[in-house]
Ligand binder design. Structure first.
Ligand code: SF4
Length: 97
């Protein structure tokens, strides 16, 4: 486990993970199928930028940094619910990192 993962807001929260050991959201499934719930947790996560970078670099699938990725690339249809302000906030955090 990378050091930044220790600070993950989602640590142990993913109900689809094995025994709650994984710290990342594999999907938006669960949480009453409300992706904005996951978005809000990621938007307040102190390691959002690191998480997104990790998902992109490792070509992962699932929610990384609050962005649903497939093969490490944002998957448009799974992210279309996000308002412009959500992306603006992520961009500002990335610039500050
Ligand atoms: S950005 Fe989201 S998925 Fe990534 S560590 Fe934080 S809460 Fe978890």
């Amino acid at each position: 486990m990378n050091k930044w993962m220790e600070q993950a807001n989602c640590k142990g929260m993913d109900p689809s993970s094995m025994g709650g050991k994984d710290v990342f959201f594999q999907d938006y499934v669960g949480y009453d199928n409300d992706p904005t719930y996951v978005d809000s947790i990621c938007a307040q996560c102190p390691v959002q930028v690191e998480c997104l970078g990790y998902g992109i670099e490792n070509k992962l699938e699932g929610v990384w940094g609050g962005v649903f990725l497939k093969l490490g690339r944002p998957y448009e249809s799974a992210n279309k619910h996000k308002p412009d302000e959500w992306w603006d906030d992520l961009r500002s955090r990335a610039v500050d990192a």
